[in-house]
Structure formats: C-alpha cells, structure tokens
Ligand binder design. Structure first.
Ligand code: GLC
Length: 826
C-alpha cells in the first residue's frame, strides 16, 4: 500500500498527490477547493460551506454565501432525515458537517482536481456526495450515493438546500434584493423535478441613467434532482417554510415535519430551494442519484441543462478529472522531492488556473474582477503547456488599456467597469508578459496583432500598446531619473507614498529596466534600431539613477515619499529593508556584483526567516498616513512585514540566480505548503495551495498562513520552480538549462512542451556542483553551451537533454559597472 503523503492531524495527500483527504472536519480554518471550468465555478470547504457562480464570482453568484470563516456555516447543503424516528425527535443530519454538525462516522472530505467528495456514515446509512463542474457546462453536478448498512428497511428523506442570490445581493441590502426574485416549480420534465430562480433586477454599475436599479439579471438558475429513486418528491422555495421562522438551519422545520406541497411559488417569499424526496432503502441496498445546479439565459434552457446532466451517464467527475489532466500533464516534474513534485504537477497550476485565472476567487476574497497585473502574471502558468492561452490573456488585458497608456487597475467582466488609478506599474506588466510569451514561443507576430483601447475602439497593435506602456513610465520620472510611484507600484499598500506625484519607486526602476532590456531585443529584431537604442539607453539611465541614489550601504532603498524621505533605509524605525528592491535589483541585473552580493546577504540576514522571506522588516506598528494602508495592517500580516508569498517566490528565483543553493533550499523549505502544513495547528491553512501571506515575526501567531487560493504566488511559485530551481528558462532562440536544485532532489526528470516539441530534461541533482557550469547532452552529443536550440532537437518525438556539471567555474553574471554616483559606505 503506498503511503499517504505529508500527513497532519487533519488529513493527508493521497499517494498520487493529486488529492488531499481530510479525515477530520475541524481543521483550524476552512480548507477549500475552488473548482472552475473557465466559466462556471464553485467554492466548497471541508464543512460544506461555499457558493457557486458563473463568469464573475462577485457579480454573478447563484447561491448566497456569508464570508464567515470562523463559523463556515453558509453554503449549499444536503440533508438526510430518518423518517422512522418520530417528528419531535427526528434524526436529521447533513452529508457534510454543515449545517447540522451531527457527528459522522468515517468522515472524509477529498479535495481533488475538479471535484470534492464528502463521505461519511450515520445511523447505519453510509453516504458519499461528490460535487463537480463538468468541462464545458454552465452547471455543477452532485452525485449522491446512499447505502443502507443496517439490517432493517429504512425510510429516508433526502433534500438539498440553498439560498438563491442570482447576481449580487450584499447583506446590507438583503431585504431590498429579496423583492426581485422569482421562483418556479417544475414537475413536467420526465425524470427530474426542479426549482428555477430568476431575478428582475441586477445591481451592477449603470451604463445609463435609465439603467439604475432598472435592469434584469439576464440569466435563470435551476436546481434539479433526479426523481427516479423517490416515492414522493418535495420542493420548497420559501425560506420560512423550509427552515421555519427562527429555526436554525441545523433543524430545518421543512424536513422535520411533513411540510406538504407549497401552495405558491413565485415572488412573495424569501427565495431558497429545498428540493429532494422520500425514499426507501432495503438492508444492504444502495441508491445513486444526482442533483444539478445549472444556469443559462432563460428558465427552459437552464432546465434543459439540468435535465441532461441529471442522467447518471452524463459527464461528471471522470470527465472533469480528464479535463484537468489534459491541461496540467504537458508539464511533469519528477525530482525525488515529494512536495516539489506534487505542487508542480498538480496543485500550483490547478490553483493558478482554476482559482486565479478562471474563478478569480478564494474563501478570503470573492473577487470576480481581473487585476490588470494579476491575471497577466498568472498567465505564466500556460507558457510551458499552452502558450496560446497566454496570448489570449495578453489580448484581453491590452483591450483594457486606455489610449494614453494607463490601464484599469482592475475591471469586472460582464459589467465592464473598472478602477482607474495612478498606479505606476500596472501597464508595464503588458510588455513584460509579451516578452515572456515571445521568448517561449518565438511568435513575435503577436506584436502585430491588434487590440482596442478602452477609449478608442480602433485600437492599435500590441507593439503600440506596449510602446505606450513604456512611454507612460518614461514620462513619469523624477528630476533625478527615478520612476514616480504614483498611487502605488506592485505593492498596492504603499498607497500614499507618492500620491502627490513626487514620491519615487526604486523597485519600479529595476522592474522597468528589466522590461527595457527585453524591449530593446524585440525592437532590434523588428528592425527598429533607434527604438532599441533608446530602450537600452533608458535602461542604463534607470540603473544609473538607482545606483546613484538608492544604494543604502548594505541594501537598496525602496522608495521616497512626496516629502522626499526615504523608505527602506537603515535609519527608518519601521520598513527599514524591503525585499523587492533587493530581489529585482539582482533579477534585472541592475546591481553591480559587489552590491548584488551585499544586497543578497542583507536579504538573507534581515528578511529570510523561518517562516519565509519577509516583504519588509520591521513591520509598521502604527498607521502612517504618509506611507499608506500597508501600515494599517496588524504588524506582520499581509504586506506589512509578513511573508507575502507572491514576492517570496522572487526571493527563491534570486537565490537560484545567485546559485545560492543553501538559500534556495532554506526558502523552499520555509514556504512549501505541504511541508509547513504538517504542523497544521501552527500553519492553519490548506497544505495543498499557496497562501497569499504568512504571518511574520511581529505577529502574535508567527508562521500562520492565510488568504489561500486567490494569490498570484501559485503561478509564480510554479514558474520559479521550473525556470530557476530546475533552471529551464526560455530565451529568445533557445532553452537555457541551468538548474539550482534544492537539497533533497535526486534523479530529476522534467517534461515540458517547447515550440511544438516535447522536451525531457534529466539530471541527477546529487551531481550538482555549486559554481560548476552545466553541460548539456542531446542524443549522445554535447552542446557547446547551456542553451538548447531548435536545431539540436530530435527530428521527431521527444528530445531528451542530459545535464551534468563540469568542474570549471561558472562565469560571473554580466552586470553594468558601478556608476560614478554615490557609494555610501555600509
Ligand atoms: C495583491 C494585488 C496585487 C499586488 C499585491 C501586492 O495581491 O492583487 O496586484 O501586486 O497585492 O500589493
């Protein structure tokens, strides 16, 4: 029997690593799954809490949910009642712990790629409930199996319960929104009974004045159940009837007593769906049936979907599993380091695709919006598997740029409204991703594709979109040549530093320098030498300015305020050193060798701690309105001096770039969720997905993880794992292979797609020699450098590259010489 992996008090990974099984429901936080097929999505916790949505997890929600992570008591539920017990002492429980919290024998909650299954038994009835979102459907399917393990015939009542949301209905306006819902009961479809819900109001931003609270929710939802196993069915759509006035959802009146048929559906109740029926199970007998929750443009269409998917042979979990394997399997890592493999083969890309790119939600944030920079970065996840999907993301974001180069900080699909800010880095992620896409694919023709601007439907080429992004950055420099930070840069919480238009960002100088290096190459290749020269000159100027003004003696400073004060300098009481200014100085090759070494040793000394690399240190302990809302978080949480996982992954990349294997190992071990999750009581969050943040040393609970699922760290940790730890980095004309394997790796095999081919990279991590140059061998032939070119590849079938290490030292990374500017002594 293969062993369960990374066990903790509450569960373990399955031997294959692609599912996590909770064996207790009382994990220290909701441990969830975010399942989305690209349009339809659901979120479900190990308690059964969660909600369902289509296309926008904030503005187009089917089922009501309350973000109460302590109670985790809002969701869609399945109840079972034992009809052989008397009404006044009815034995009634739920198939997941919520909402009845009745003890279940053999409780299991298995979160897998594309499905979640609850298993348990109570009073001689064993049950399994699998929720899944079939590929290509605007619906979720619940497969339920009940088995009578007792020795008597059992009469049972099975019913689903949910509250309709139908769009958006914030709690403070709940009574108002209730007035616009309509429910209908459908018994005319053979094999199913359904409750449908519509709403004649959709509270999203107005397009015109006439629109204000004056447009319908342009959908219909239906909850249907397969009626075949039932002797009689029940359907209730009014909350008071279903639960009883002042009753607890744990003891719903509608199931305790026989409610009889509901006289009227329609518009005068509080719209819910309680749907199911009564059935008889002989000793040893099992019954399997489905519920379906579906959405379409109108009731008949939603019923069609529900009726079709309620059939036992319709697509469900196996199809969902095959769908996910098809998306993930083009990249496959076997390294001997268990957590690395199960994260990279299953969970990180699943999280990035299902929760970030598609669902755009987690349990800690119900977003639905696209962040201009966020989903562009997430689309890195497609590069080694299906880069055309990265291109699609690029085209989508380009269409959310304005003609002057600024972009929506975020925007809501469906409603098509967004937030315009003076944020200074958003638009630069467009050329950043375009360059990465072209390095991966060689497809420079993307530069000639055309996309509209928000305020100019004619639009322009992607090349012009990128040019305007870069030009906007170049038009916003301080007198001494550092980029202005505006209302924030990558770090949203630095929201007041430069709000008056004078504060500068050092990180942004490095980030922009990195982009300009790529842009110069792209312009050279496009035959535009003047543009290439200008980009190189601008890069050099930014690097010079940063080195002349922002070197603090032992690290790079982070920013200046409107008043001209430095942030991230040794004289600051709080926020003395910031991570991104160090990592990006190195990643962008903007630091001269001595400064790169010093900045890195300072990073290791001050920022890299047992819980991971801190975003800054020490944390701010009082709100500082001149710095921004970062200072308003409790010290050690989120961006305020905790491990901000997104940025922590760049520290891992930097460690590898510096070939600092000990540091890379230390960082990997500190941030790997399966590893940290083995002490679940301290770590608290799911061990199978990355958290947005981990509490830093100034928190009352250092090392506590939170804000899981909806974080850009998933795609980044995956990208850094492949490109820096395993060292397989697409370059303009080849694939550089220069690993920095973390300790614990053994025989390594990485398979990934590259320009229409399958490439397999093999090495033994135990042969890695720090400071030695990698030697690549393809089909028995040694290549003359660490870069695989297309011409080196096998004419057909996979190309296998063997990597070994010579004894000669690796040449120093080429960096610019130290400029004549200021050189503060440490
Ligand atoms: C949030 C934002 C992201 C930003 C980060 C750091 O994750 O969505 O865009 O870069 O915070 O502030």
């Amino acid at each position: 029997m293969p062993e369960p992996r990374f066990p903790n008090r509450f569960g373990h990974f399955t031997p294959a690593g692609d599912a996590f099984v909770l064996t207790r429901h009382d994990a220290p936080m909701p441990w969830c799954n975010v399942i989305c097929n690209g349009r339809y999505g659901l979120v479900v916790s190990q308690n059964g809490g969660g909600f369902s949505f289509l296309d926008n997890s904030q503005l187009n929600v089917l089922t009501r949910w309350e973000m109460d992570l302590a109670r985790d008591a809002h969701g869609r539920f399945l109840y079972l009642a034992d009809l052989d017990t008397p009404d006044h002492a009815r034995d009634l429980w739920s198939l997941a712990p919520a909402p009845t919290r009745v003890h279940l024998d053999d409780y299991r909650c298995t979160h897998a790629l594309g499905s979640t299954t609850f298993q348990g038994a109570h009073a001689g009835i064993r049950h399994a409930w699998t929720l899944t979102v079939p590929p290509g459907e605007t619906a979720e399917v619940w497969a339920v199996t009940l088995t009578n393990e007792s020795d008597r015939t059992r009469r049972l009542r099975l019913a689903a319960y949910l509250e309709w949301c139908c769009g958006v209905a914030p709690d403070v306006k709940r009574e108002f929104h209730r007035l616009f819902l309509n429910t209908t009961d459908h018994t005319d479809r053979p094999g199913v009974r359904a409750i449908a819900a519509t709403k004649n109001m959709w509270d999203i931003p107005d397009r015109t004045e006439k629109d204000h609270w004056n447009r319908p929710w342009p959908y219909a939802a239906a909850l249907a159940v397969d009626t075949r196993p039932f002797q009689r069915t029940l359907a209730t759509s009014d909350k008071e009837r279903a639960l009883g006035r002042y009753h607890d959802p744990a003891r719903p009146a509608g199931l305790l007593r026989d409610p009889g048929p509901q006289p009227h559906f329609g518009r005068f109740g509080d719209a819910v769906a309680m749907l199911g029926g009564d059935l008889v199970l002989e000793p040893g007998a099992s019954v399997t049936l489905r519920f379906v929750l579906a959405i379409d443009a109108a009731v008949p269409a939603a019923l069609d979907i529900a009726q079709r998917l309620a059939r036992p042979e319709a697509p469900a979990e196996p199809e969902a599993r095959a769908f996910w394997r098809g998306l993930l399997d083009p990249v496959r890592a076997e390294t001997g380091l268990d957590d690395f493999d199960l994260l990279n083969n299953h969970w990180l890309p699943y999280q990035a695709i299902s929760a970030r790119l598609w669902g755009r939600t987690g349990y800690y944030q119900q977003s639905g919006a696209f962040g201009f920079r966020d989903q562009l970065q997430d689309s890195n996840v497609w590069l080694p598997r299906a880069p055309e999907r990265t291109a699609e993301q690029i085209m989508l974001h380009a269409a959310h740029q304005f003609a002057d180069g600024h972009v929506y900080h975020w925007w809501h699909p469906l409603a098509e409204f967004g937030l315009q800010t003076a944020c200074s880095d958003d638009y630069l992620w467009l050329p950043y991703l375009v360059a990465r896409y072209i390095r991966e694919t060689g497809d420079a023709a993307i530069l000639d594709r055309s996309a509209p601007f928000v305020d100019d439907a004619d639009g322009a080429t992607i090349r012009e979109h990128c040019r305007r992004s870069i030009a906007r950055m170049e038009s916003r420099l301080s007198d001494r040549g550092l980029p202005l930070i505006g209302s924030c840069d990558w770090n949203d919480g630095l929201s007041a530093v430069g709000i008056e238009g004078r504060g500068e960002s050092v990180w942004l100088a490095f980030f922009a320098a990195d982009i300009l290096r790529d842009w110069a190459v792209l312009m050279d290749r496009a035959g535009d030498a003047p543009a290439a020269d200008a980009a190189r000159a601008r890069r050099a100027a930014l690097i010079d300015a940063a080195n002349a003004h922002a070197w603090d003696g032992a690290w790079y400073r982070r920013a200046t305020t409107d008043a001209g004060d430095w942030i991230g300098t040794h004289t600051n009481a709080h926020g003395r050193i910031y991570l991104n200014a160090q990592t990006w100085a190195i990643l962008a090759d903007a630091a001269p060798p001595d400064r790169a070494a010093r900045a890195w040793s300072s990073t290791m000394e001050h920022l890299v701690q047992d819980m991971g690399p801190l975003l800054l240190h020490p944390a701010y302990d009082t709100p500082d309105e001149d710095v921004g809302y970062i200072t308003r978080y409790p010290p050690g949480l989120r961006e305020n001096g905790g491990v901000y996982m997104h940025a922590a992954t760049w520290a891992l990349a930097t460690a590898c770039k510096r070939r600092d294997r000990a540091a890379a190992t230390r960082i990997w071990n500190a941030i790997s969720p399966p590893r940290r999750g083995t002490d679940a009581d301290a770590y608290v969050a799911e061990p199978y997905v990355t958290p947005g943040n981990v509490d830093g040393p100034t928190s009352e609970r250092p090392g506590r993880a939170g804000w899981t699922w909806y974080t850009g760290s998933a795609a980044w940790l995956h990208t850094v794992s492949l490109e820096w730890v395993l060292g397989v980095r697409p370059e303009w004309d080849g694939l550089r292979i220069d690993p920095c394997p973390v300790e614990g790796m053994r025989a390594v095999r990485l398979a990934r797609r590259w320009r229409g081919r399958e490439i397999v990279i093999e090495f033994d991590a135990r042969d890695y020699r720090e400071g030695a140059a990698p030697i690549l061998e393809v089909m028995g032939r040694a290549l003359d450098g660490p870069v695989l070119r297309e011409r080196d590849c096998a004419p057909a079938g996979p190309t296998t590259v063997r990597v070994s290490w010579a004894t000669s030292p690796v040449p120093e990374v080429r960096t610019r010489p130290v400029p004549a500017g200021e050189r503060t002594a440490p």
